[in-house]
Write a protein that binds this ligand. Structure first.
Ligand code: AMP
Ligand code: FE
Ligand code: FE
Ligand code: ZN
Length: 284
C-alpha cells in the first residue's frame, strides 16, 4: 500500500484540479491520498468522487494556518467533520485574512518596483477560495519579474522577506483542540520544515502531544535524514503517530512529486481508528 497523506489541489495553491490530482495519484501508483488544501474543504467532494471512479482512496484533510509563539505552524487535520460550525467559522476567518492582505502585497510589491493589479493576481487564484502567496508568485512570474514560485519566495515572499505581509493564523493549541472537537486527527505538518522560521523544540512537541496532538509529519522533503531520525525517535518516545507526505502542489513545487514521502500502513490504520472512534469522516 502506498499512502501519501499530504497533497494539494488548485482549490488552494496546488496546480492540479482535484480530479486531475486523483488521476496523477493513480499514475504515481498511490493507493491512498489525503487532500489537505490550505484552510478549505472545498476540493473534497470532487476528489472523493474521482477517487471512487478511479480507484484511489481519498482521506478528507485540511492544512490549517496556525501560529505558535510568533512562528507559523501548519497543522494537518484528518477526518474532520466539514460542517462543524466552530471549525467552519475559524476557516472562514483564515480565508478572509488571506484575501484581506492582497492590497498590502500589491503595495509592497509596487514599492519594490513590481507593480501588479488585483485582477492579475485573481486570474492566478481562479476559483480557489484560499488566496495564497503562491498565486501572487504566479502573477509575478506572468509579469516576468521572477522565473518561478521558488524565486518569488526566495527573493520576496518568504516570512521575513522584503514583500512579506503577516496575516491572521489560529493559535496552534486552539487549532489542535478545534480539530479534535471537529472529530478529526491533528498532525503537525513539516514541524522542522524550511517554512518554519524557527523550529518547534522537542519539548514543545512533547507538550503538544499531552494536549491532544496525535501525530507529526516526520517524512517530508523539507526534513533532512538527521531531522527525520530525531523526529522519528521523538514520535516513538511520545506516542505521536509518525506520518509522511509529499506536500505535492503540481507544477508549483517541482521537488515534491506525489509519493516522494509516504505513510506506513500501520500509521494510516491508527489514524483511521482514531477518526472512527471520534465519529469523524472516514474515506468512502
Ligand atoms: P500562504 O498560504 O499564503 O501563507 O503561502 C504559503 C504557501 O506557499 C505554502 O503552503 C507553500 O505552498 C508555498 N511556498 C512556500 N515556500 C515556497 C517556495 N519556496 N516555493 C514554492 N512555494 C512555496
Ligand atoms: Fe501550499
Ligand atoms: Fe505546509
Ligand atoms: Zn502543504
Amino acid at each position: 500500500m502506498r499512502i501519501d497523506l499530504h497533497v494539494h489541489s488548485s482549490v488552494s495553491d496546488g496546480t492540479d484540479s482535484p480530479t486531475r490530482l486523483v488521476v496523477a495519484a493513480r499514475e504515481a501508483g498511490l493507493d491512498v491520498i489525503a487532500l489537505c488544501d490550505h484552510d478549505t474543504f472545498d476540493g473534497l467532494v470532487e476528489a472523493t468522487t474521482a477517487g471512487q471512479q478511479i480507484g484511489v482512496e481519498v482521506l478528507a484533510g485540511v492544512e490549517l494556518s496556525t501560529r505558535y509563539q510568533g512562528k507559523s505552524v501548519h497543522l494537518l487535520g484528518y477526518g474532520c467533520d466539514p460542517r462543524h460550525p466552530e471549525l467552519s467559522t475559524e476557516m472562514k476567518r483564515l480565508r478572509a485574512s488571506r484575501a484581506g492582505r492582497l492590497e498590502k502585497y500589491l503595495q509592497s510589491l509596487a514599492e519594490l518596483g513590481m507593480p501588479l493589479t488585483a485582477d492579475e493576481v485573481m486570474t492566478q487564484v481562479g476559483l480557489s477560495p484560499s488566496l495564497g502567496r503562491p498565486h501572487i508568485a504566479d502573477a509575478m512570474v506572468a509579469k516576468g519579474y521572477v522565473k518561478d514560485r521558488d524565486e518569488a519566495f526566495g527573493l520576496y515572499l518568504s516570512e521575513g522577506g522584503p514583500a512579506y505581509v503577516r496575516r491572521y493564523a489560529t493559535d496552534l493549541r486552539e487549532a489542535i483542540a478545534m480539530v479534535r472537537r471537529a472529530k478529526g486527527v491533528p498532525v503537525v505538518a513539516h514541524p522542522w520544515g524550511r517554512g518554519n522560521r524557527d523550529r518547534l523544540s522537542e519539548d514543545v512537541i512533547e507538550s503538544l502531544a499531552a494536549d491532544g496532538l496525535d501525530g507529526i509529519e516526520v517524512d517530508h522533503t523539507d526534513h533532512d535524514a538527521r531531522d527525520r531520525e530525531r523526529l522519528a525517535r521523538l514520535s516513538e518516545r511520545t506516542g505521536l503517530i509518525h506520518t509522511g507526505g509529499s506536500d505535492y502542489h503540481g507544477t508549483g513545487k517541482p521537488n515534491n512529486p506525489l509519493g516522494i514521502n509516504t505513510t506506513s500502513l500501520s500509521a494510516y490504520r491508527e489514524i483511521l481508528r482514531r477518526i472512527a472512534e471520534r465519529g469523524g469522516v472516514l474515506p468512502s
